[in-house]
Design a protein around this ligand. Structure first.
Ligand code: GDP
Length: 383
Protein backbone atom coordinates (compact mmCIF):
# COMPACT_ATOMS: atom_id res chain seq x y z
CA UNK A 1 0.00 0.00 0.00
CA UNK A 2 2.81 2.45 0.85
CA UNK A 3 3.75 2.85 -2.85
CA UNK A 4 0.23 4.04 -3.58
CA UNK A 5 -0.37 5.93 -0.35
CA UNK A 6 -2.26 9.04 -1.26
CA UNK A 7 -3.03 12.34 0.40
CA UNK A 8 -6.79 12.41 0.82
CA UNK A 9 -9.00 15.30 1.88
CA UNK A 10 -12.50 14.49 3.14
CA UNK A 11 -14.92 17.44 3.13
CA UNK A 12 -17.94 16.53 5.24
CA UNK A 13 -20.82 18.27 6.98
CA UNK A 14 -21.13 15.43 9.52
CA UNK A 15 -18.38 13.95 11.67
CA UNK A 16 -17.91 12.90 15.30
CA UNK A 17 -18.34 14.04 17.99
CA UNK A 18 -21.63 14.50 16.11
CA UNK A 19 -23.76 11.36 16.48
CA UNK A 20 -25.22 9.11 13.81
CA UNK A 21 -24.63 6.46 11.15
CA UNK A 22 -22.85 8.66 8.60
CA UNK A 23 -20.68 10.24 11.27
CA UNK A 24 -19.49 6.76 12.33
CA UNK A 25 -18.99 5.73 8.74
CA UNK A 26 -16.65 8.57 7.82
CA UNK A 27 -14.80 8.43 11.08
CA UNK A 28 -14.08 4.71 10.92
CA UNK A 29 -12.99 4.80 7.30
CA UNK A 30 -10.53 7.60 8.09
CA UNK A 31 -9.35 5.79 11.20
CA UNK A 32 -8.72 2.46 9.46
CA UNK A 33 -7.47 3.79 6.13
CA UNK A 34 -3.76 3.58 5.37
CA UNK A 35 -3.89 6.72 3.23
CA UNK A 36 -2.81 10.05 4.66
CA UNK A 37 -6.14 11.69 5.47
CA UNK A 38 -7.12 15.26 6.31
CA UNK A 39 -10.75 15.98 7.24
CA UNK A 40 -12.51 19.31 6.87
CA UNK A 41 -15.21 18.75 9.48
CA UNK A 42 -17.96 20.74 11.19
CA UNK A 43 -17.74 22.48 14.53
CA UNK A 44 -20.24 21.24 17.14
CA UNK A 45 -21.12 23.84 19.72
CA UNK A 46 -22.52 21.22 22.15
CA UNK A 47 -19.45 18.95 22.22
CA UNK A 48 -15.73 19.15 22.91
CA UNK A 49 -14.33 18.88 19.39
CA UNK A 50 -10.79 19.76 20.48
CA UNK A 51 -10.59 16.88 22.94
CA UNK A 52 -12.00 14.52 20.32
CA UNK A 53 -9.59 15.62 17.59
CA UNK A 54 -6.49 15.49 19.78
CA UNK A 55 -6.59 11.71 20.04
CA UNK A 56 -7.03 10.90 16.32
CA UNK A 57 -4.46 9.32 14.01
CA UNK A 58 -5.37 11.71 11.15
CA UNK A 59 -5.65 15.46 10.75
CA UNK A 60 -8.98 17.17 11.47
CA UNK A 61 -9.59 20.82 10.58
CA UNK A 62 -12.76 22.46 11.92
CA UNK A 63 -14.17 25.65 10.47
CA UNK A 64 -17.13 27.78 11.58
CA UNK A 65 -18.69 27.76 8.13
CA UNK A 66 -19.52 24.14 8.88
CA UNK A 67 -21.49 24.41 12.10
CA UNK A 68 -23.72 21.86 13.81
CA UNK A 69 -24.29 19.98 10.55
CA UNK A 70 -26.04 22.90 8.86
CA UNK A 71 -24.52 24.02 5.59
CA UNK A 72 -25.58 27.54 4.73
CA UNK A 73 -25.52 28.06 0.94
CA UNK A 74 -23.76 31.39 1.50
CA UNK A 75 -20.93 29.57 3.23
CA UNK A 76 -20.16 27.34 0.28
CA UNK A 77 -17.86 30.05 -1.11
CA UNK A 78 -15.87 30.04 2.13
CA UNK A 79 -15.72 26.27 1.94
CA UNK A 80 -14.47 26.53 -1.61
CA UNK A 81 -11.68 28.92 -0.65
CA UNK A 82 -10.64 26.83 2.32
CA UNK A 83 -10.79 23.52 0.45
CA UNK A 84 -8.53 24.97 -2.22
CA UNK A 85 -6.12 26.13 0.47
CA UNK A 86 -6.00 22.68 2.11
CA UNK A 87 -5.44 20.98 -1.24
CA UNK A 88 -2.36 23.15 -1.89
CA UNK A 89 -1.04 23.04 1.68
CA UNK A 90 -1.22 19.27 2.07
CA UNK A 91 -0.57 18.29 -1.55
CA UNK A 92 -3.92 16.54 -1.72
CA UNK A 93 -4.24 13.93 -4.49
CA UNK A 94 -7.98 13.31 -4.20
CA UNK A 95 -10.77 15.18 -2.37
CA UNK A 96 -13.83 13.25 -1.20
CA UNK A 97 -17.08 15.17 -0.69
CA UNK A 98 -19.45 13.65 1.83
CA UNK A 99 -22.39 15.77 0.74
CA UNK A 100 -23.55 15.62 -2.83
CA UNK A 101 -24.27 19.32 -3.46
CA UNK A 102 -21.01 20.45 -1.89
CA UNK A 103 -19.47 18.39 -4.69
CA UNK A 104 -19.96 21.56 -6.75
CA UNK A 105 -16.68 22.69 -5.16
CA UNK A 106 -15.04 19.56 -6.57
CA UNK A 107 -16.49 20.23 -9.98
CA UNK A 108 -15.17 23.80 -10.08
CA UNK A 109 -11.72 22.86 -8.77
CA UNK A 110 -11.61 20.14 -11.38
CA UNK A 111 -12.45 22.61 -14.14
CA UNK A 112 -9.87 25.07 -12.83
CA UNK A 113 -6.96 22.77 -11.92
CA UNK A 114 -7.88 19.25 -12.99
CA UNK A 115 -8.02 18.28 -9.28
CA UNK A 116 -9.57 14.82 -8.77
CA UNK A 117 -12.62 14.35 -6.62
CA UNK A 118 -14.89 11.60 -5.36
CA UNK A 119 -18.50 11.87 -4.19
CA UNK A 120 -19.79 9.68 -1.36
CA UNK A 121 -23.49 8.77 -1.59
CA UNK A 122 -25.94 7.22 0.88
CA UNK A 123 -29.19 6.55 -1.00
CA UNK A 124 -31.53 9.12 0.47
CA UNK A 125 -29.38 11.93 -0.97
CA UNK A 126 -29.75 10.51 -4.49
CA UNK A 127 -33.47 9.91 -4.13
CA UNK A 128 -34.11 13.40 -2.77
CA UNK A 129 -32.60 15.08 -5.82
CA UNK A 130 -35.12 13.39 -8.13
CA UNK A 131 -37.77 15.81 -6.98
CA UNK A 132 -35.93 18.88 -8.23
CA UNK A 133 -35.06 18.82 -11.95
CA UNK A 134 -32.54 21.68 -11.78
CA UNK A 135 -30.76 20.20 -8.79
CA UNK A 136 -30.85 16.85 -10.53
CA UNK A 137 -29.12 18.28 -13.59
CA UNK A 138 -26.35 19.81 -11.45
CA UNK A 139 -25.92 16.53 -9.57
CA UNK A 140 -25.50 14.61 -12.82
CA UNK A 141 -22.81 17.05 -13.88
CA UNK A 142 -21.00 16.72 -10.56
CA UNK A 143 -21.16 12.92 -10.67
CA UNK A 144 -20.16 12.63 -14.30
CA UNK A 145 -17.02 14.68 -13.80
CA UNK A 146 -15.99 12.89 -10.58
CA UNK A 147 -13.01 10.51 -10.70
CA UNK A 148 -14.99 8.06 -8.59
CA UNK A 149 -18.13 7.52 -6.55
CA UNK A 150 -18.51 5.71 -3.26
CA UNK A 151 -21.90 4.27 -2.32
CA UNK A 152 -23.00 2.66 0.92
CA UNK A 153 -24.83 -0.23 -0.83
CA UNK A 154 -25.58 -1.89 -4.15
CA UNK A 155 -29.00 -0.23 -3.91
CA UNK A 156 -27.46 3.26 -3.79
CA UNK A 157 -25.17 2.19 -6.64
CA UNK A 158 -28.24 1.25 -8.69
CA UNK A 159 -29.88 4.63 -7.98
CA UNK A 160 -26.67 6.34 -9.06
CA UNK A 161 -26.51 4.32 -12.28
CA UNK A 162 -30.05 5.50 -13.03
CA UNK A 163 -28.52 8.98 -13.24
CA UNK A 164 -26.43 7.76 -16.17
CA UNK A 165 -23.23 6.96 -14.26
CA UNK A 166 -21.44 3.80 -15.43
CA UNK A 167 -21.09 0.91 -12.95
CA UNK A 168 -17.26 0.80 -13.30
CA UNK A 169 -17.00 4.24 -11.79
CA UNK A 170 -18.84 3.29 -8.60
CA UNK A 171 -17.39 1.46 -5.61
CA UNK A 172 -19.64 0.07 -2.89
CA UNK A 173 -18.14 0.64 0.55
CA UNK A 174 -20.59 -0.72 3.11
CA UNK A 175 -20.77 0.70 6.60
CA UNK A 176 -19.09 -1.46 9.22
CA UNK A 177 -19.93 -2.65 12.70
CA UNK A 178 -18.02 -1.58 15.77
CA UNK A 179 -16.36 -4.34 17.83
CA UNK A 180 -18.38 -3.28 20.88
CA UNK A 181 -21.43 -5.15 19.53
CA UNK A 182 -21.07 -8.62 21.00
CA UNK A 183 -23.49 -11.25 22.28
CA UNK A 184 -23.95 -10.94 26.05
CA UNK A 185 -26.54 -12.04 28.61
CA UNK A 186 -29.41 -9.66 29.28
CA UNK A 187 -28.24 -7.05 31.76
CA UNK A 188 -30.10 -7.81 35.04
CA UNK A 189 -30.38 -4.15 36.06
CA UNK A 190 -31.96 -3.16 32.75
CA UNK A 191 -34.22 -6.21 32.83
CA UNK A 192 -35.46 -5.06 36.24
CA UNK A 193 -35.69 -1.40 35.23
CA UNK A 194 -37.88 -2.13 32.21
CA UNK A 195 -39.75 -5.12 33.67
CA UNK A 196 -38.48 -7.57 31.03
CA UNK A 197 -38.23 -10.68 33.19
CA UNK A 198 -40.14 -13.53 31.50
CA UNK A 199 -40.92 -11.38 28.46
CA UNK A 200 -40.29 -12.03 24.79
CA UNK A 201 -38.68 -8.77 23.73
CA UNK A 202 -38.86 -7.27 20.25
CA UNK A 203 -36.48 -4.36 19.87
CA UNK A 204 -35.78 -1.54 17.43
CA UNK A 205 -32.77 0.76 17.77
CA UNK A 206 -32.91 3.87 15.60
CA UNK A 207 -33.91 7.48 15.32
CA UNK A 208 -37.68 7.73 15.55
CA UNK A 209 -38.49 8.77 12.00
CA UNK A 210 -41.33 7.48 9.85
CA UNK A 211 -39.36 5.47 7.35
CA UNK A 212 -38.13 3.08 10.05
CA UNK A 213 -41.65 1.65 10.46
CA UNK A 214 -42.01 1.66 14.28
CA UNK A 215 -45.69 2.47 13.76
CA UNK A 216 -46.20 -0.77 11.83
CA UNK A 217 -44.74 -2.85 14.65
CA UNK A 218 -47.01 -1.06 17.13
CA UNK A 219 -50.00 -1.67 14.85
CA UNK A 220 -49.02 -5.36 14.76
CA UNK A 221 -48.74 -5.65 18.55
CA UNK A 222 -52.40 -6.50 19.30
CA UNK A 223 -52.18 -9.50 16.94
CA UNK A 224 -48.69 -10.47 18.10
CA UNK A 225 -50.01 -10.48 21.69
CA UNK A 226 -52.79 -12.90 20.73
CA UNK A 227 -50.07 -15.41 19.72
CA UNK A 228 -47.31 -14.37 22.13
CA UNK A 229 -48.98 -13.00 25.28
CA UNK A 230 -45.66 -12.19 26.98
CA UNK A 231 -44.38 -10.08 24.05
CA UNK A 232 -43.12 -6.54 24.60
CA UNK A 233 -41.79 -4.05 22.09
CA UNK A 234 -38.84 -1.94 23.14
CA UNK A 235 -38.29 1.25 21.14
CA UNK A 236 -34.74 2.50 21.66
CA UNK A 237 -33.84 5.95 20.35
CA UNK A 238 -35.43 9.33 20.02
CA UNK A 239 -36.80 11.51 17.28
CA UNK A 240 -39.69 13.53 15.91
CA UNK A 241 -42.14 10.61 15.76
CA UNK A 242 -42.03 9.81 19.45
CA UNK A 243 -45.26 11.53 20.49
CA UNK A 244 -47.24 10.05 17.62
CA UNK A 245 -45.91 6.58 18.36
CA UNK A 246 -46.82 6.88 22.04
CA UNK A 247 -50.30 8.06 21.07
CA UNK A 248 -50.68 5.16 18.64
CA UNK A 249 -49.72 2.62 21.31
CA UNK A 250 -52.27 4.20 23.69
CA UNK A 251 -54.99 4.18 21.04
CA UNK A 252 -54.41 0.49 20.35
CA UNK A 253 -54.38 -0.36 24.05
CA UNK A 254 -50.76 -1.60 24.04
CA UNK A 255 -49.10 1.18 26.05
CA UNK A 256 -47.99 -1.28 28.72
CA UNK A 257 -46.34 -3.51 26.11
CA UNK A 258 -44.54 -0.78 24.18
CA UNK A 259 -41.55 0.65 26.04
CA UNK A 260 -39.89 3.88 24.95
CA UNK A 261 -36.38 4.20 26.35
CA UNK A 262 -35.41 7.48 24.66
CA UNK A 263 -31.89 7.96 23.43
CA UNK A 264 -29.27 5.81 25.15
CA UNK A 265 -25.53 6.46 25.32
CA UNK A 266 -23.09 4.75 22.96
CA UNK A 267 -21.56 2.95 25.91
CA UNK A 268 -24.93 1.48 26.94
CA UNK A 269 -26.15 0.60 23.45
CA UNK A 270 -24.64 -2.93 23.14
CA UNK A 271 -26.45 -3.89 26.37
CA UNK A 272 -29.73 -2.67 24.90
CA UNK A 273 -29.33 -4.65 21.68
CA UNK A 274 -28.78 -7.70 23.88
CA UNK A 275 -32.07 -7.16 25.72
CA UNK A 276 -33.91 -8.15 22.54
CA UNK A 277 -34.92 -11.69 21.62
CA UNK A 278 -35.56 -10.40 18.15
CA UNK A 279 -34.52 -7.21 16.34
CA UNK A 280 -37.19 -5.67 14.12
CA UNK A 281 -37.23 -2.59 11.90
CA UNK A 282 -39.62 -2.76 8.93
CA UNK A 283 -38.13 0.20 7.04
CA UNK A 284 -40.16 1.39 4.09
CA UNK A 285 -39.47 3.35 0.96
CA UNK A 286 -41.08 6.81 1.04
CA UNK A 287 -40.50 7.71 -2.56
CA UNK A 288 -42.43 10.96 -2.71
CA UNK A 289 -40.55 12.32 0.28
CA UNK A 290 -37.28 11.02 -1.15
CA UNK A 291 -36.64 8.92 1.94
CA UNK A 292 -35.19 5.43 1.95
CA UNK A 293 -32.98 3.12 4.00
CA UNK A 294 -29.78 3.19 1.95
CA UNK A 295 -28.44 0.21 3.91
CA UNK A 296 -29.31 -0.01 7.64
CA UNK A 297 -26.26 -0.73 9.77
CA UNK A 298 -28.39 -1.43 12.85
CA UNK A 299 -29.41 -4.80 11.36
CA UNK A 300 -25.76 -5.79 11.39
CA UNK A 301 -25.17 -4.36 14.85
CA UNK A 302 -28.02 -6.60 16.03
CA UNK A 303 -26.61 -9.57 14.09
CA UNK A 304 -23.25 -8.97 15.79
CA UNK A 305 -25.10 -9.61 19.05
CA UNK A 306 -26.37 -12.90 17.48
CA UNK A 307 -29.94 -11.65 17.15
CA UNK A 308 -32.31 -12.83 14.41
CA UNK A 309 -33.61 -9.76 12.58
CA UNK A 310 -36.72 -8.72 10.68
CA UNK A 311 -36.29 -5.97 8.07
CA UNK A 312 -38.52 -4.18 5.59
CA UNK A 313 -38.13 -5.25 1.99
CA UNK A 314 -37.00 -1.82 0.72
CA UNK A 315 -33.88 0.07 -0.38
CA UNK A 316 -30.57 -1.38 0.79
CA UNK A 317 -32.17 -3.42 3.60
CA UNK A 318 -32.12 -6.48 1.32
CA UNK A 319 -28.31 -6.35 1.49
CA UNK A 320 -28.13 -5.79 5.24
CA UNK A 321 -30.59 -8.64 5.96
CA UNK A 322 -30.27 -11.87 3.98
CA UNK A 323 -33.75 -13.33 3.78
CA UNK A 324 -34.07 -16.77 5.42
CA UNK A 325 -30.33 -16.69 6.27
CA UNK A 326 -29.72 -13.87 8.74
CA UNK A 327 -33.33 -12.81 9.17
CA UNK A 328 -36.65 -12.34 7.43
CA UNK A 329 -37.63 -9.61 5.00
CA UNK A 330 -41.24 -8.51 5.12
CA UNK A 331 -43.43 -6.17 3.15
CA UNK A 332 -43.11 -3.13 5.45
CA UNK A 333 -46.69 -2.09 4.72
CA UNK A 334 -48.19 -5.46 5.68
CA UNK A 335 -49.25 -6.14 9.27
CA UNK A 336 -49.94 -9.75 8.24
CA UNK A 337 -46.36 -10.29 7.15
CA UNK A 338 -44.90 -8.58 10.22
CA UNK A 339 -47.03 -10.70 12.57
CA UNK A 340 -46.22 -13.92 10.70
CA UNK A 341 -42.47 -13.23 10.72
CA UNK A 342 -42.43 -12.49 14.47
CA UNK A 343 -44.53 -15.56 15.29
CA UNK A 344 -42.41 -17.79 13.06
CA UNK A 345 -39.14 -16.83 14.74
CA UNK A 346 -40.70 -17.02 18.18
CA UNK A 347 -42.21 -20.46 17.64
CA UNK A 348 -39.20 -22.02 15.91
CA UNK A 349 -36.37 -21.59 18.39
CA UNK A 350 -33.80 -23.43 16.22
CA UNK A 351 -34.61 -21.24 13.23
CA UNK A 352 -34.08 -18.09 15.32
CA UNK A 353 -30.76 -19.46 16.59
CA UNK A 354 -29.72 -20.33 13.03
CA UNK A 355 -30.49 -16.79 11.79
CA UNK A 356 -28.60 -15.28 14.71
CA UNK A 357 -25.55 -17.47 14.14
CA UNK A 358 -25.31 -16.90 10.37
CA UNK A 359 -25.79 -13.15 10.91
CA UNK A 360 -23.14 -13.11 13.63
CA UNK A 361 -20.53 -14.82 11.43
CA UNK A 362 -21.30 -12.65 8.43
CA UNK A 363 -21.12 -9.49 10.47
CA UNK A 364 -17.82 -10.42 12.12
CA UNK A 365 -16.18 -11.64 8.92
CA UNK A 366 -17.35 -9.09 6.38
CA UNK A 367 -18.46 -5.96 8.18
CA UNK A 368 -15.61 -5.02 10.49
CA UNK A 369 -14.04 -1.66 9.65
CA UNK A 370 -10.50 -2.97 9.10
CA UNK A 371 -11.98 -5.20 6.35
CA UNK A 372 -14.23 -2.47 4.92
CA UNK A 373 -11.38 0.07 4.84
CA UNK A 374 -9.18 -2.29 2.82
CA UNK A 375 -11.62 -2.16 -0.10
CA UNK A 376 -11.81 1.62 0.19
CA UNK A 377 -8.01 1.95 0.30
CA UNK A 378 -7.52 -0.12 -2.84
CA UNK A 379 -10.15 1.82 -4.72
CA UNK A 380 -8.72 5.20 -3.77
CA UNK A 381 -5.17 4.03 -4.55
CA UNK A 382 -6.29 3.20 -8.09
CA UNK A 383 -7.85 6.60 -8.86
P1 GDP B 1 -29.66 6.56 9.97
O1 GDP B 1 -29.45 7.41 11.16
O2 GDP B 1 -31.03 6.59 9.44
O3 GDP B 1 -28.64 6.78 8.91
O4 GDP B 1 -29.51 5.07 10.47
P2 GDP B 1 -28.28 4.10 10.49
O5 GDP B 1 -28.86 2.76 10.72
O6 GDP B 1 -27.37 4.31 9.33
O7 GDP B 1 -27.42 4.57 11.72
C1 GDP B 1 -27.90 4.77 12.89
C2 GDP B 1 -26.74 4.66 13.87
O8 GDP B 1 -27.11 5.38 15.00
C3 GDP B 1 -26.48 3.22 14.29
O9 GDP B 1 -25.10 2.99 14.45
C4 GDP B 1 -27.23 3.11 15.61
O10 GDP B 1 -26.67 2.19 16.50
C5 GDP B 1 -27.10 4.53 16.14
N1 GDP B 1 -28.22 4.89 17.04
C6 GDP B 1 -29.52 4.92 16.77
N2 GDP B 1 -30.23 5.25 17.86
C7 GDP B 1 -29.35 5.42 18.86
C8 GDP B 1 -29.47 5.74 20.26
O11 GDP B 1 -30.52 5.95 20.84
N3 GDP B 1 -28.29 5.83 20.95
C9 GDP B 1 -27.09 5.61 20.36
N4 GDP B 1 -26.00 5.70 21.13
N5 GDP B 1 -26.95 5.30 19.07
C10 GDP B 1 -28.07 5.20 18.32
Amino acid sequence: MSATRKNILLVTGVFPPGIGGMQNYYYNICKHSSHNTTVLAPIYTNADCEAFDAGQPFRIVRKPFLKNEKINPFDVFKMFVYTRKLIAEHRIDVTIYGYILVGIIGLILNWMYGHKYVISLHGKDVLETRRFPVVNAIIRLILRRAAGILTNSEYTKKLTMELGIPAEKIKVVYPGVDDVYEPMPKDPELVAEYGLAGKYTLITVSRLVRRKGHDMVIRSMPRILEKIPNAVYMVVGDGPERRDLEALAAKLGVSRQVIFTGRVSDAELPKYFNLGDLFIMPSRLMERKGDVEGFGIVYLEAASCRKPVIGGNSGGVVEAVLNERTGLLVDPTSIDEIVQAVVRIHSDYDFGMFLGEVGYKRSKEQFRYPVIARGYDQYVAGL
